[in-house]
Design a protein around this ligand. Structure first.
Ligand code: ATP
Ligand code: MG
Length: 366
């Protein structure tokens, strides 16, 4: 983490709280430092406070408590149009009486840019969103997805240092969304733009971002690069929100250093895990295991625990096999194996042993 007082941070939320009604905090205690050039995504379920944070940074909402700084300057009292921030919101309205090209020219005219430079930048921005041929149309003559691409081009055309995007690709089809995800991240990195991006699509967050802030209930649950978020979730919420995850409930029966034994609810079987946020023998825990880390008939160390499992469903998915198992009294345990020539294909009803390396199984909060 960056030291918020070192002056390195470009965007800073410092103990920010927000209440709309004077009673309930929808943003509870937000501390977040974003260095220049970073692509940071706020990811979280509906109502977790993502848009509210973006609106405060943009200047359309004021923080109830705390400070927001941009390049070291407090901006709580600077109006939106003076913050020099590019914005794309899910339903960002284009100026309806202007053509596409005029919409894009607007932020450049405001910045007193000459016509030839303006035309060049407009062309580049339109090409970037594959809308080069649409400069003469009005917004009403475009589909929703096309309007959104124009909104994106308009936010980027003046090459702002900071761009805020709130679910900008939500309305687009999968193929266009994926190509724009790629374009946006490339362009942002190329131009050195700092991006604060909001989505509730975890794949989008993982593929686009330098770091992801996982929001829930007005708080950041974890702030980390995508691989760390996926491989080292710090709590049960993050483990379940990011990627596919198996969760088993139980109680810690042994604990020493970076190993613990958890006795599972239901069957009372024991498994090996890595203690993440359990502190004492007797603690209740939810253990988290990724489907691709589950091993069948594993050859683990001599004192390693294995579990009895029954195959309920074997699903051929081309590149991988998904096996749904009954484990510790539950019917929703998933194991994923790569489709290799020597990989055994199970039948419904097969009885198997499963296990994992203790470091792949995280004992989290209950
Ligand atoms: N203008 C407003 N007045 C009152 N309450 C609001 C207002 N805007 C948002 N809220 C409330 O604040 C909370 C956070 O809303 P916010 O829009 O920030 O969530 P979000 O994370 O962006 O959700 P989504 O993924 O659905 O867009 C919600 O409970 C919402 O009902
Ligand atoms: Mg929102």
């Amino acid at each position: 983490m960056l030291d918020t007082r070192s002056g390195q941070a470009f965007v800073e939320f410092d103990r920010v709280q927000k209440s709309y009604d004077g009673e309930n905090l929808v943003v509870k205690d937000l501390n977040l430092s974003i260095p220049k050039g970073e692509f940071l995504t706020m990811l979280g379920p509906s109502g977790s406070g993502k848009t509210t944070c973006l609106m405060m940074l943009a200047g359309f909402e004021t923080a109830t408590y705390g400070e927001i700084r941009l390049d070291g300057q407090e901006i709580n009292n600077i109006p939106p149009h003076k913050r020099g921030i590019g914005m794309v919101f899910q339903n960002y309205a284009l100026f309806p009486h202007m053509t596409v090209a005029e919409n894009l020219a607007f932020p450049l005219e405001v910045r007193k840019m000459g016509k030839s430079e303006r035309d060049e930048k407009i062309k580049r921005a339109l090409d970037m969103v594959q809308m080069g041929a649409f400069g003469g149309r009005r917004p009403a003559q475009l589909s929703g997805g096309q309007q959104q691409r124009i909104a994106l081009a308009r936010a980027l055309v003046f090459e702002p240092e900071l761009v805020l995007m709130d679910e900008p690709l939500g309305a687009l089809d999968k193929q266009l969304r994926e190509s724009l995800q790629f374009e946006i991240t490339n362009l942002a990195h190329e131009l050195g733009i700092t991006v604060v991006y909001v989505t509730h699509d975890q794949t989008e967050a993982l593929t686009m971002s330098d770091r992801v802030a996982v929001f829930d209930d007005g708080r950041i649950q974890q702030l980390a690069p995508p691989d760390e978020l996926y491989e080292q979730p710090q709590n049960s919420f993050v483990a379940q929100f990011i990627g596919e995850n198996n969760t088993l409930a139980g109680k810690v029966t042994q604990l020493s250093g970076d190993r613990c034994v958890v006795q599972l609810d239901g069957t009372g079987e024991e498994i090996d895990a890595m203690p993440v946020n359990v502190n004492n023998v007797g603690d209740q825990t939810l253990v988290s295991i990724r489907p691709e880390r589950v091993e069948f008939n594993p050859e683990l160390g001599p004192d390693a625990h294995t579990l009895d499992a029954e195959v309920l469903e074997f699903i051929y998915m081309g590149d991988v096999f998904r096996t749904r198992l009954r484990v510790a009294g539950r019917d929703d345990f998933i194991a994923k194996t790569r489709n290799r020539a020597d990989q055994h294909r199970f039948q419904k009803g097969d009885k198997v042993k499963i296990g994992w390396l203790p470091q792949d199984c995280r004992a989290l909060d209950h």
